[in-house]
Write a protein that binds this ligand. Sequence first.
Ligand code: SF4
Length: 358
Amino acid sequence: VRRPRSSPQAPDPAEVRPRLLAWYRQRRRDLPWRRTRDPYAIWISEAMLQQTRVETVVGYWERFLARFPTVEALAAAAEDDVLAAWSGLGYYRRARALRAAAQAMVERHAGRFPDELEAARALPGVGPYTAGAVLSIAFDRPAALVDGNVVRVFARWLGCDLEYAAATRWAWARAEELVPRDGGAGEWNQALMELGATVCTPREPRCAECPLQDVCVARAEGRQLELPRAKPRKSRVDVELEALFVARGAEVLLERRPSGGRMADLWQLPTLQLSPEPERASLFPPRYTLASLAADDEPLAVLRHSITHHRIVLRVHRAHPPAEKRIEPLAWIPRTRLGALALGGMARKALRALSSHQ
Ligand code: SF4
């Protein structure tokens, strides 16, 4: 492993900070959560932005805040309602953790997001990034943060070619050194992330527009695309699923996923995993056999969907309503309730594709 080429000393912030901030003030995107200082609203945006694109988050954030406008409202909400508001964003553990953290804030912090790092980190689902983001942006505390954008900007600007995990730890140390201690931490953190999101992008950095271009090690060495070193990727898994579309008047038959593991408690079409051979640990473990659900051979729809490194092909077949009385974990759901139901992203896609079928 080559060591970072930069000196272990942090660059002189007095030199770099004003120009990055000037660039940010001029070029930053006008995002709705940048128009508020409400820690609750900022916290929700940060939770949503992890793993999800900004354009997608905007609508979700507005709807979520309209539905749960305060910490108290989120703490008092039914988990199903929170999951329904999150439906389609993926990584549903985040939604459950938000509700649990809101309950902890009501119990321990009078319904407020705490303005102190240790207390923030003690909340369910609040890691170092989220705590740093809310404390610096909402409270202007000198809290550092590192996300993928910040790792990329630091690694290129300062020429770090450590492996990704080590580069991330290294970036945290740089972030701690550089975060302003005398006000403006939130703006500085956002400027770094904004540069990574809009200029110092993974595949096509626009160095000619970058305020750091004349001090950037990667640019000087033509190594922008090599840094930071790539994250080790999980190899892709092809998954073949069969789902059943069973309608009875104005109702459809849906399956509720188990209360543990991925997409816990979310609703989906009754789904069977054909390959790879389903196991207990698979995304779609075998859970029931309803012999009477004989399905048509010809699929009504064929959909493609990705969940982390799983590449899924889903074939939806029409099937007959089951004769059995007890059909758990399946349930008849009125179509009019589908919009408010906690559906997984793939289920939402499938039901949309099938909306014209009776
Ligand atoms: S000069 Fe290019 S590589 Fe360096 S920080 Fe700016 S955009 Fe990134």
